[in-house]
Design a binder for this molecule. Structure first.
Ligand code: CTP
Ligand code: CA
Length: 221
């Protein structure tokens, strides 16, 4: 009850959540991507929907069934995610970017399978847009929440991202800790807001963490 699970306290609010990895094709059979099971984002979508929000979930490929009663938008690449997020952004009250976005994509994606040659292969990767950064430039009254999965200097790097991307708060985790990060059902996170107020959430299920994140959103709405 304390977590807000039983309340419909997000009734009437529109929440956009991104989840999972983005995937960048090298050719029709090869790709580059990031580690991400999508569990955190799907837990957020489910929790927000139960609390009465209208949820749009923009997701890269995962093995999870999307929750019912939400607007599910499957995508593959970062550019696909960019288009879907920009299309839905104007109607939203809250945007939570839990996706593990590929920062780079191959400069060329071959239409046919690249055949193996003698010697090495060099791929040129070009920068993808930083979706969250761009949202930070146009956010106006919306609540913008980012994630930061770090291996070191967790709080320092996460704080830099709040400022750089103009976020209301960031969910930071140290992916090297046991029970945190990719593929696990639990996580250990810090919620850091723009006044550098830090709340540590000890090892909890991703559903519980989702409710903590939504409580913080609710405070700011
Ligand atoms: N993000 C995004 N678009 C990108 C890269 C990241 O929207 N092209 C979002 C992620 O969804 C996350 C936040 O920005 O909410 C932070 O992502 P992260 O990878 O930790 O930060 P980067 O700015 O990409 O920095 P780096 O990977 O160098 O740590
Ligand atoms: Ca990144």
């Amino acid at each position: 009850l304390e977590l807000g699970k039983e309340k419909k306290d997000l009734e009437g609010k529109k929440v956009l959540i991104t989840a999972g990895p983005t995937v960048e094709a090298i050719d029709p059979v090869r790709f580059i991507t990031n580690h991400s099971s999508g569990k955190m984002g799907y837990a957020l979508a489910e929790a927000a929907s139960k609390r009465g929000a209208s949820v749009t979930l923009v997701s890269g490929p995962t093995k999870i069934m999307p929750p019912s009663n939400i607007n599910f938008v499957p995508i593959k690449s970062t550019l696909d995610m960019y288009d879907a997020v920009m299309k839905h952004f104007p109607q939203q009250d809250v945007i939570i970017k839990s996706a593990a976005v590929a920062d780079y994509r191959p400069q060329y994606s071959a239409e046919k399978k690249i055949k193996k040659q003698e010697g090495d292969l060099t791929l040129t990767l070009v920068r993808n847009p930083d979706i969250l950064f761009e949202l930070g430039q146009i956010k106006e009254g919306k609540i913008l929440v980012g994630f930061a999965a770090e291996t070191d200097h967790v709080l320092e790097y996460a704080k830099e991202k709040i400022l750089k991307k103009n976020l209301d708060f960031i969910v930071a985790n140290d992916v090297t800790q046991e029970g945190a990060g990719f593929g696990t059902d639990t996580n250990i996170v810090y919620l850091i807001d723009k006044t550098e107020n830090i709340t540590k959430i000890d090892k909890s299920s991703k559903t519980e963490i989702a409710h903590h994140i939504l409580n913080k959103v609710k405070e700011l709405l």
